[in-house]
Design a protein around this ligand. Sequence first.
Ligand code: MG
Length: 295
Amino acid sequence: MKLASFRYNGTDSVGVLSSDETKIYPFKDIKDMNEFIDECAGNSKILAETREKLVKLEADRNVGIPLSNVQLLAPIPVPKQDVICLGINYALHAQESAKFSADNFKIEKSYPVYFSKRVNEAVPHGGVIHIDENVVTALDYEVELAAIIGKDAKNVAPEDAYDYVFGYTILNDVTDRTAQTNHTQWYFGKSFDDFTPMGPYIVTEDCFERPPILKIQASVNDEIRQDATTDQLIYDLSYIISDLSAGMTLKAGTVIATGTPAGVGMGFKPPKFLKKGDKIVCTVEGIGSLENTIG
Ligand code: MG
């Protein structure tokens, strides 16, 4: 199932998409996606019941809102906590990063690189990434498969990890390379306002293989820059969830961005950083495309 957050007639809602993605069926009495994830965490039958209801709703032509009439929001517009990110989690991206700045990116790969990203409000599909060019001087894109945790996870064995995944979305880990490298710690350069486009939907975990092996791409102004598959992850999601949950409880609603493949702007010589007017499209097989412009 594809789940979306959206605005319709001035009201923000959450709903499920028709299988042909032309309509959306709002959930009643659900305030936002975080609340829906919490409800599902407390009652494992809700997703199955939603799936059954969807079949009935799709049989009735008179219900549902045309998708063209709603304004899509990011699936989780305001995450409850900072997004957890993986750094240097595709081998070829590790190489291009080390060439750009050996001081900042040359990492002995014994353990995953974890960092986090502040998200005051995620940018939706179709939204603008606003920048101040006096502050942002090396703007870069990073397409990533993001997993959303569906129930509190603590001490999870790798073989059980996917039971804790609610679903997947696409996340663009937008970064100012100048701030990222000047400050050594990556948090600031990844956390500027509008640096987390997310969407267009959450696709529930049951729609994917375990692990999900998906094509992942990013293009800038229709030039394909990143083109990989998620089986190239150095640390896959089962490892990540097991490893993190050994130390910290991953709360329901946690967003984990699994890392980006090679082909980011800093990987080119000379680098191809983003500028105002550029269009970035991030695509993950089975989820869709997340399109944003720089403004
Ligand atoms: Mg990243």
